[in-house]
Design a protein around this ligand. Sequence first.
Ligand code: ZN
Ligand code: ZN
Length: 339
Amino acid sequence: MHAVVYDQPRELRLAEIADPVPGPGEVRLRVLVTGVCGTDVHLHDGEFFPVYPLVPGHEIVGEVDLLGEGVVEVAAGQVVALDNMLTCGLCDNCQRGRPAFCRHLRALGVTDPGGFAEYVVAPAGKCHPVDDLDLDTAVLAEPVACAMHGLDVLSLRPGSDVLLVGAGPSGLILTQLLRSGGAGRLTVAGPTPAKLELARAFGADYTVRFGREDPDLAVAALREIAPDGFDVVIDATGALAALERGLGLLREGGTLFVYGMAEKLARLPVSPYDVFRRELTIKGSFAQAFSFDRAVLALRTGRVRTGGLITHRFGLTSYAQAVQTVRGDRSCVKAVVEL
Ligand SMILES: [Zn+2]
Ligand SMILES: [Zn+2]
């Protein structure tokens, strides 16, 4: 089969490799579409613990093509969205209900062969049937599962006044989950007007342009919306400037939620006095856990709508271009590779 293969950071090739064969309890999927996300850009640069040679791609939708021994969960021909996280279920963290921190964690598209390939093999139990969804919707199951887990960790108090910074694909999914998940008022801030327009269409009450050029102007506009500060500020950008300003926009008892991946060495100055005196909370969420089926449900019911999210489409042969688009093209909301 054809697959994108990395032998080391930034060195990728379209290779002809052996078709994978499903073992007991596994299925082989013929990949239909795989989403390209920020994690793939990090993997391109060698970050996020890739194991080489690596076939990337972790937001996978495919058609069940071959069944391994004993598989009863799915049938050949079904279209499924794949939960790419492979956890042991036995280590201390798995047994504490923290599968994302499994001591033996593997992930398709990170440590094991993923979906930028014609075929991928995975445990049948990780396949979620999505025959009733169109592919542009189904391919968002994994990012929605991550956002759903974010909401689990946040445990939003109903009626909260929420500021979300970031209107990329994650931000636009969070916008919708926050809207239906109990935010009393939702303000979305981000640099790109077209994405803010989408945020409004997806349920944001207010949007504010928050660019690198004029952050203080944005803060002034946000202060006008919430003079006493927001109950919750969520950063879906990973930018230190957004986190710093977000911290300053919390009201008493507020929560700063770190959803975007910040630089590993970035440091946020926090006043312990404020944490004490103003009862502030800082939380974060990573990846997804026990949320994939609920993500598919939210897509199925339209709680999370996907129209307008996929702006760029590539083939396997132009994967390098897809990575560059996700990295630097402001007009790109979500890119996918179609097979
Ligand atoms: Zn992703
Ligand atoms: Zn484990």
